[in-house]
Design a protein around this ligand. Structure first.
Ligand SMILES: [Zn+2]
Length: 395
């Protein structure tokens, strides 16, 4: 009961400005006495603080206002990508306090070495939290492919060449007893969690997030909830059979959509092999900036590649719109680097195929950059604190 009330109070504080105990009591329907006790408990756990003044706008002496304390409790999110590892540290107020991206060609790096590097990134974050006298409540890691939530392992990630990698167990062994709890989730699903939380229109409950690097995947939020499917396989849209017929995909199938719209397909269309944009030792963001520069200066080859990409994206998105009826579609991964060239032709293609008279889905490029999955991972573990604030005590 106490735990549930603490959760209610913390969630109530998450939305809106800092405010007085009296107002919080009214909003939550709890008595003033209970409210004061709960707030004292939350202050004790380092989750809220009472040094801010209530902004009522009323004349007179301002009262003490209660606010979520962002400085003590952190969630860490990570992404294992084909081309890089990303880490982000988010505080309880949702602010990013640290992030790091390390370029790494994962498929040609031994798994143990990738795990060592992940562990080092986590240790950096743990040092940062300690230096602020704070704690990391959990680590949410996104990986491409099929993930087993229960064991925290990657069952199959074709573009990494990983089969049955026990990520959570291996990292826990490297971090030792001081290591925070680890959760593994599919990267596109974490990207969807992050995009859903930063959507400007809070009325939107049905969102489709399309992530794109070498692989392409979708994270689906339906009715405000992340859709996983019965075995967590939902959203593997990169392997829909709407790509180049007969061409083999690392997943074992042929003709997959990501062979048309994934990063490698786009790079092959946009530049010859040997061009710097194919060099995987160069950070992806730098390579995308170079291509974006060429598009802006009217490079015919890059513009033709973008036009082909828009056409191929439209085919798959029209299928997804028919199946899922999203209100909003967010293009992530490498797509937002080219939003100006992609959004208009895709919107027009979707509009041309629309059957009903209702309004179409809103198509936008992600504003979170390449690390939206990492951000989603951090939010996933911080959500556990809002669910059960007492976990912050187990330092
Ligand atoms: Zn495939």
């Amino acid at each position: 009961m106490r735990r549930a009330n603490m959760s209610l109070m913390l969630r109530s504080l998450r939305s809106g400005d800092p405010r007085s105990r009296a107002r919080l009591a009214t909003e939550t329907g709890l008595s003033k006495g209970t409210t004061s006790t709960l707030i004292a408990d939350l202050v004790g756990l380092g989750l809220v603080r009472e040094d801010e003044r209530e902004r009522t706008g009323a004349v007179g002496r301002p009262g003490t206002a209660i606010a979520i304390d962002g400085g003590r409790v952190f969630g860490v999110g990570m992404e294992i990508n084909v081309d890089y590892l990303a880490l982000t540290v988010v505080d309880l107020r949702g602010r990013t306090v640290h992030s790091a991206v390390a370029a790494l060609d994962i498929a040609s790096t031994p798994v143990a070495e990738v795990l060592d590097q992940l562990a080092r990134l986590i240790e950096d974050a743990m040092r940062l939290a300690r230096a602020r006298d704070g704690q990391i409540v959990g680590i949410g890691i996104g990986a491409p492919g099929i993930v087993d939530l229960e064991s925290g392992s990657v069952r199959f990630a074709p573009n990494l060449g990983w089969h049955g990698v026990a990520v959570a167990r291996e990292l826990a062994a490297r971090l030792g007893p001081a290591g925070p709890p680890i959760r593994l989730e599919n990267d596109s699903k974490l990207g969807a969690v992050a995009e859903f939380s930063v959507r400007e229109n809070q009325d939107i409950e049905d969102l489709l997030y399309l992530s794109a690097d070498v692989g392409v995947g979708a994270g689906i939020v339906a009715g405000g909830r992340l859709m996983r499917g019965w075995s967590g396989f939902s959203g593997e849209v990169g392997h829909l059979p709407i790509g180049p017929q007969g061409v083999a995909c690392p997943c074992g199938r042929t003709g997959c959509w990501e062979l048309n719209v994934g990063l490698n397909a786009f790079l092959a269309l946009a530049a010859d092999q040997g061009d710097v944009v194919h060099d995987r030792s160069v950070p992806l963001e730098e390579r995308l900036r170079a291509l974006r520069g060429r598009a802006d200066s009217g490079d015919g080859r890059v513009l033709a590649a973008l036009s082909t990409l828009a056409a191929n994206l439209s085919i798959g998105l029209s299928v997804l719109v028919d199946v899922l009826n999203p209100r909003m579609i967010v293009l992530g991964g490498y797509f937002p680097s080219f939003s100006d060239f992609l959004l208009a032709p895709i919107t027009a293609a979707l509009e041309a195929r629309r059957m009903d008279l209702g309004s179409s889905a809103i198509l936008v490029g992600s504003k979170l950059g390449l690390t939206s999955a990492a951000r989603g991972g951090a939010q996933l573990v911080l959500e556990d604190v809002f669910e059960d604030p007492t976990i912050a005590a187990s330092k």
